[in-house]
Ligand binder design. Sequence first.
Ligand code: ADP
Ligand code: MG
Length: 280
Amino acid sequence: MEPLLQVRDLTIRYRSAGPAEGRAVEGVSLDVARGEVVGVMGESGSGKSSIALALLGLLSKDCAEVSGSAVFRGEDLLSMNERLLQRVRGAGISMVYQEPGMALSPVMRAGMQIAEVIHAHREMSWKEATSEALTLLARVGLPSTDRIFSAYPHQLSGGQLQRVALAQGLACGPALLIADEPTASLDARSQSEFVSLLRELNQSSQISLLLISHTPEIQASLADRILVMKDGRIVDQGSFDRLYSHPSHPCTSALLRRNRSAIGHENPQSENAAHEQFTP
Ligand code: ADP
Ligand code: MG
């Protein structure tokens, strides 16, 4: 079966990078099948977010040179004009950021931000869009949807905000969700709830996920396959179990171990739970 997304030889060079800095992403190829969860791990600066931005057409020509191809449902995202990209964003691919504030305006009620997307892109009346927004708030597991709908972002917790941002991302029924460190700003409990929510969405609606996260527990519980990046390249890939038991690059084991002990310092209980669950 043809993959939903087929990236070939993606290379990104920021124009502001000095001659010594080289390319942010170098010859990356990856596939995402329908319903598949592909994890991306790698130390800070290894090029993970740059890939996400390039796929959504958010790296302007003035800012970066992007080459290669990224075929999504038969069309190359990297050669699309802005008008076509706007059609893909939201309805084909949407993105959840580390900081939910990135996607939300501070001066507009949370629910209206979702309703606005629905009204603009799905030819629904405001009344229908409002009711659909409430349905989406419930779908992402938020209780008392009326209250959340009317709240301003600063009145909501980090976990609630990330769910609102996710509901907005789902508003146009994307086939692929790119999540860039979606739980990094959340406390331990909201993290694990958000991970369960992503799993449930993936399973119930076959939405594919490109999941950028440096947390091994999250990758282990969600990703069908994990790509390990270093200095802009993919240096290892496979299932979590394969990477854990037979890493083929020193970076892989360093990433899995270092983060595991970092989590242990913050929350020894979750460390132990993760260990029982994932140690082969
Ligand atoms: P990651 O998400 O894995 O931390 P990034 O994709 O953000 O990595 O960054 C990859 C490389 O590109 C890093 O060396 C970073 O400094 C550089 N970089 C990222 N954004 C820009 C930018 N707007 N201008 C110049 N260099 C950038
Ligand atoms: Mg990043």
